[in-house]
Design a protein around this ligand. Structure first.
Ligand code: NAD
Ligand code: KPL
Length: 321
């Protein structure tokens, strides 16, 4: 496999010169974004957990993005959370359960006009981060791109897709979207990002837990059609009850389409469980069930699914939060 090495070029000094991208969470999505921004000549700085991880990163001499049979390593600057350069633009690519704590570690470094881009799946973590840094602008993102790690500081670009970004407070689209364009990161500004996140949450709740409980690929759910249908009906009731009627439209049809289109894939939650990793259950089913309680909705199948998954995770010695 060709392995091209590209040192990061100096920051662009043209009139459209860009701000520095700090990236918190150098895993699959962090690598996918950092490498594409860096190879477009944009200044990027990774924030890694601790001195041991920084040493490991320096030894690896950069981040590697694998696309098809081509691997490209980019030497991107990295630093620790406790470094002191101010942060104006921060992409947060930790898992939902790590995001708030990770942001709290760097909160004192955020400049008064800081913008955070939160790329977590599910709901709940974005709101927790926003409350933690009330002075910063938080932009939420929902992505259908796919990446996984095939080694330390390496990510495989496994699925092309789109990333929707938006401001829950309806602020204007940021100028730096042009930098995503330049970097080949397909994206769209969404005026209803919360609705989009709800829709993705509903899709993930209808598919992912059942693939874990039935231990199957997404296509295996065709044999559990009725169970999926009943869940979709409850999820649509939930979306409507939570003021997201648009996100409820044709949910069941889309779930069937996704199951058919990804029939040979294992869902992200199935992969997490199979590899003994913590899941994002609290930000998917957990968030959905809590929202149902708040709205005084009785959704017995969703509730039962949450309980079954919780027990399943506990039996496997995995966290159920
Ligand atoms: P990942 O586990 O590959 O990466 C997360 C990284 O965050 C890890 O490298 C971890 O060490 C780092 N991290 C955690 N706490 C930290 C801290 N305090 N300081 C510095 N770094 C810290 O996860 P991922 O697959 O990139 O997923 C990130 C988010 O994106 C998740 O919410 C996921 O659901 C979502 N997402 C992922 C994909 C995908 O294909 N991987 C697609 C769409 C959405
Ligand atoms: O997003 C997914 C995941 O696996 O997390 C899909 C493929 C849509 C299944 O819910």
């Amino acid at each position: 496999m060709p392995n091209a090495f590209i040192p990061q070029t100096a920051a662009d000094s043209s009139p459209r010169a860009s701000g520095l991208w700090h990236i918190l969470g150098a895993g699959s999505m962090g690598t996918l974004w950092a490498t594409r921004l860096a190879r477009a000549g944009l200044p990027v700085r990774l924030i890694v957990r601790n001195p041991a991880r920084l040493k490991a990163y320096q030894a690896a001499q950069g981040l590697t993005l694998v696309e098809g049979d081509h691997a490209q390593r980019l030497l991107i600057d990295a630093q620790l959370p406790e470094d002191d350069d101010p942060i104006r633009r921060l992409l947060v690519t930790c898992k939902a359960y790590d995001a708030e704590r990770a942001v709290a570690q760097i909160a004192a470094r955020l400049s008064p006009d800081a913008e955070l881009i939160l790329l977590q799946n599910g709901l709940g973590s974005q709101q927790a981060v926003a409350e933690r840094v009330p002075h910063a602008r938080c932009i939420f993102a929902s992505s259908t791109e796919g990446a996984f790690r095939d080694g330390d500081w390496r990510a495989v670009f496994a699925g092309h897709g789109n990333t929707w970004l938006g401001d829950a407070h309806q602020g204007p689209a940021p100028l730096w979207l042009e930098e995503l364009q330049r970097s080949g990161i397909r994206h769209e500004w969404s005026t209803n990002i919360v609705g989009r996140l709800w829709r993705k949450l509903a899709l993930n709740c209808a598919i992912n837990p059942l693939t874990v409980l039935h231990d199957c690929q997404n296509g295996g759910l065709k044999a559990h059609h009725t169970e999926v249908e009943v869940l979709c009906a409850e999820l649509a009731t939930l979306l409507e009850g939570c003021g997201q009627p648009e996100a409820a439209i044709d949910l069941s049809d889309e779930v069937s389409r996704v199951i058919a289109a990804t029939a040979n894939n294992y869902s992200s939650m199935h992969q997490d469980v199979a590899q003994g990793r913590r899941t994002e259950i609290s930000y998917l089913l957990g968030y959905a069930c809590e929202a149902a309680h708040r709205q005084q909705l009785t959704l017995p199948h969703l509730e039962q699914l949450y309980q079954r998954l919780t027990v399943h995770l506990q039996r496997r010695g995995l966290p159920s939060n």
